[in-house]
Design a protein around this ligand. Structure first.
Ligand code: RB5
Length: 154
């Protein structure tokens, strides 16, 4: 993979720091889009930076973390071309790569522990997209974006 970026809000900060340390330990380069401490911030500000960096092809994939992962899910999936997937188990993590070509991994810092989160990150990074019939389904999602754009609704 070309490049990976990570961001959180205050509720995801501790988990973000532990994932950054884990990735460094594993020799995986990751760009940290912040925040730099656990002072209160707004998750849309950080989620949108990661989504935009992917759409601008500055990075290939991203990891975002808030308290539950729900706020970040809502934010990043507003961006056409983003396939953000909230994961708290390994089966979903594997499937969201194989079937959905997830390009943003979302986790809840107040939901899962650091050990499970590391396994989720490892699985998400290592599992390839299967393509085939799944690509056809992703194409249908892109068609929805195109139709909304042509109607001026996006
Ligand atoms: C912050 O308190 C919390 O609302 C946020 O991290 C996230 O869980 C929102 O969905």
């Amino acid at each position: 993979m070309k490049k990976l970026a990570i961001a959180s809000d205050h509720a995801g900060f501790d988990l973000k720091e532990s994932i950054v340390a884990y990735l460094h330990n594993e020799g995986v380069a990751v760009e940290d889009f912040g925040p730099v401490n656990s002072d209160s911030v707004d998750y849309p500000d950080y989620g949108m930076r990661i989504a935009q960096a992917i759409l601008d092809k500055e990075v290939e994939r991203g990891i975002v973390i808030c308290g539950t992962g729900v706020g970040m899910s809502i934010v990043v999936n507003r961006f056409p071309g983003i396939r953000g997937t909230l994961c708290s188990d390994l089966y979903t993590t594997k499937m969201c790569r194989e079937h959905n070509d997830s390009n943003i991994l979302i986790m809840g810092g107040r939901v899962i522990g650091k050990g499970l989160a590391q396994e989720i990150v490892k699985t998400w990074l290592e599992t390839p997209f299967e393509g085939g019939r799944h690509q056809k389904r992703l194409d249908k999602i892109e068609d929805i974006d195109s139709k909304l754009k042509s109607k001026g609704e996006l």
